[in-house]
Design a protein around this ligand. Structure first.
Ligand code: GLC
Length: 639
């Protein structure tokens, strides 16, 4: 891929983002095919009836993004419904696929960007800005995947986690102590279900203070970590950005003394409320603050911890003092008025809109290495720089050590330092389908190490939903079962069909040599691990409409079941394939299917894998931990 296929256009004075790692000269004028209006701060492009639009990474709706308005502005919102415009992540890559030619657009802008992809006018794509200070990269190519590869060379190689991070992980917001985690490890051991990771949610901290430990519930972290490692289990703590305001707490004292926190216009630190209560936010855009915060991870790595999940880093704000004060004033005003029916809605709006308020994001500033910039203008860089703080610190303080790292919020560039999980989804069948559709889009943007909270984070899971979700997540690089404290417990050993769950997780472990090999290949070659069918079967128009079947690596296709009580599903085969129906890694049937449509029964405990002609699927023997997998002695199933 030569650089000449990528053209760069610069509008206004862009704020540097560090998303791009290539130096590309600026082309004068506007990109061909785009109508640019600096006055309206918009760029528009016509779409023919056949144009398919891919990209945007982690968003709502389909693999084909056409027909909706998406806003890049990282949002802490657990309601991932199709009416929403933003989720936790912002990856501003679009690929317009007209069949015989394709065009990629990367909008490198750290603030709010709207992508109206045929929402206002079905035939028009409009990108609009609040301030049009942006670097625009236009990538020409024959296929969507050449665009992906060029984009990834432009933005740098994807993060590769340690091999054990491809194992299965159990998490729950609700494990309060080392004993709770021991009990989970025991549960999996007794059920004989493979597992490599157990996650520690915020309750491990002392009063939710970042980089602290509750002395009673976690009295000896190094001892506990090595005890778990002896069982082959990595414990992975949650890290939140907000630093509790508490005189005497070293993070707070050092942050104040070093001037490392985000400040308001009057130069006072912004005070926001998150889990620890009142907090200040580290200014991750400042390299000194980033180094200071990053070095703190060493407290945990010195205790033997080798994996982290960075959370709440949009940053989520429950409220600020200013927003709360204004809300109370508005409520007082309402109380003094004749409330009436309209007042009822006003009341709900006042109380319901204090979190993550746009005014709060406009209320504070960064010292972006000498440049004072309002947070709102660089909102999407906050999480990127938190991930970078950790990634840079690992390279500095733990050279040569492989450390697991993934984040909730993200922007392009963070994919070089870590992965992402899809945030607080629900135990809903529609969210299983959404997860299926999000995975290829995330892969396009370089976030290869990704996955959703398997089983769903909020709401109560059912045993069949958990089983169907496990049957999909067994193909996602990050495979974590996570849920909220107020929902039905969903550790796999708590369900009735423990044998089926064991067989499914054992199948994942048998597939790890394939998954890891294909993942590393995609990362090294700047290609994708999970692809839509249309990226490979270019001449088959039908594939352009298929969003519930995916190619996993180069050799196989999957067709997950995502509807409750379904006893099977329709599958479209663009070419003849061998269908494997797995009940366990060592219990499967084979059937050769011709190209075309098929209805295939899929019992609740079964997983379908389709091998492409001339391809083969390697399977490892049984293992309870990734470290036990024999990568040398594999059995191959020929397609
Ligand atoms: C956020 C995270 C979730 C976590 C919770 C408590 O909602 O997205 O995964 O369990 O905070 O830390």
């Amino acid at each position: 891929m030569s650089e000449t296929q990528i053209k760069k256009y610069t509008y206004g004075t862009p704020i540097p983002t560090d998303a791009v790692v290539m130096d590309i000269p600026v082309t004068a004028g506007d990109p061909a095919g785009w109508k640019v209006s600096k006055a309206d701060k918009t760029m528009t492009h016509a779409m023919s009836q056949d144009t398919v639009v891919y990209g945007l990474g982690e968003t709502v709706r389909g693999i084909n993004k056409r027909g909706w308005l998406y806003t890049s502005y990282n949002a802490d919102d657990p309601h991932h419904e199709e009416g929403k415009h933003s989720l936790y992540a912002s990856q501003n890559l679009l690929i317009l696929d007209d069949g015989d030619k394709c065009e990629g657009l990367f909008v490198d802008h750290p603030g709010r960007v709207n992508f109206d992809i045929g929402y206002t006018d079905m035939d028009v794509l409009t990108v609009s800005f609040e301030d049009m200070d942006a670097d625009i990269y236009v990538i020409e190519g024959d296929t969507p995947e050449t665009i992906v590869t060029a984009f990834r060379r432009l933005t740098g190689p994807s993060y590769i986690p340690p091999k054990w991070a491809f194992g299965y992980g159990q998490s729950r917001w609700g494990y309060k102590s080392a004993d709770d985690i021991r009990e989970v490890a025991r549960g999996y051991a007794e059920a004989d279900i493979p597992i490599d990771m157990i996650y520690m949610d915020i309750d491990y901290m002392d009063a939710y203070k970042v980089f602290t430990l509750d002395p009673e519930r976690f009295p000896d972290l190094p001892g506990f970590v090595s005890e778990m490692k002896e069982q082959g289990i990595h414990v992975i703590p949650n890290t939140d950005p907000g630093v509790k305001i508490e005189p005497g707490y070293d993070m707070y004292e050092e942050g104040i003394a070093g001037g490392y926190f985000c400040k308001k216009e009057n130069d006072e630190e912004l005070t926001a409320a998150v889990w620890p209560g009142k907090v200040h936010f580290p200014d991750f855009l400042n390299s000194e603050a980033r180094k200071w915060f990053g070095d703190k991870y060493k407290i945990m790595t010195d205790a033997g911890i080798d994996g982290f999940w960075n959370d709440m880093n949009e940053p989520a704000i429950f409220y600020t003092e200013e927003t709360l004060k204004k809300a109370f004033e508005d409520l007082d005003e309402l109380r003094a008025s004749e409330m009436g029916i309209q007042g009822f809605f006003t009341f709900k709006d006042i109380a319901g809109s204090i979190d993550n308020s746009p005014e709060d994001y406009r209320r504070f500033y960064h010292d972006y290495d000498g440049m004072r910039v309002c947070h709102d203008r660089v909102h999407n860089l906050y999480s990127f720089n938190m991930t970078k703080a950790a990634g840079e610190a690992f390279a500095r303080n733990n050279p040569g050590q492989e450390i697991l790292l993934f984040s909730r919020a993200s922007y392009t560039g963070a994919h070089r330092y870590g992965g992402v999980w899809i945030g607080d989804n629900m135990s809903w069948w529609s969210h299983l389908l959404l997860n299926i559709k999000q995975m290829p889009s995330l892969n396009m943007t370089g976030f290869l190490y990704s996955g959703a909270d398997t089983g769903g984070f909020g709401a109560d899971v059912t045993e069949d939903l958990m089983m169907r979700w496990v049957e999909f997540s067994m193909f996602t690089p990050l495979f974590r079962n996570h849920s909220a404290w107020d929902t039905r417990s969903q550790e796999l050993y708590r369900f009735k069909r423990i044998d089926d769950f064991r067989h499914l997780i054992e199948l994942r472990y048998a597939l790890i040599p394939y998954i890891y090999d294909q993942f590393v290949k995609a990362a090294r070659n700047d290609t994708m691990y999970i692809r839509p069918l249309a990226f490979v079967y270019r001449d088959d128009k039908r594939c352009r409409t298929i969003e519930d079947q995916l190619l996993v690596g180069d050799q196989i296709m999957i067709a997950p079941v995502y509807e409750q009580n379904a006893a099977g599903r329709y599958v479209y085969l663009p070419e003849g394939m061998k269908m494997l129906r797995f009940r366990a890694y060592d219990d499967y049937d084979e059937e050769d299917l011709t190209a075309g449509d098929h209805y295939v029964p899929v019992a609740l405990n079964e997983v379908l894998i389709f091998i492409r002609p001339g391809c083969r699927l390697p399977l490892a023997g049984p293992a309870k931990r990734v470290g036990e997998i024999d990568f040398e002695n594999l059995t191959y199933i020929q397609g």
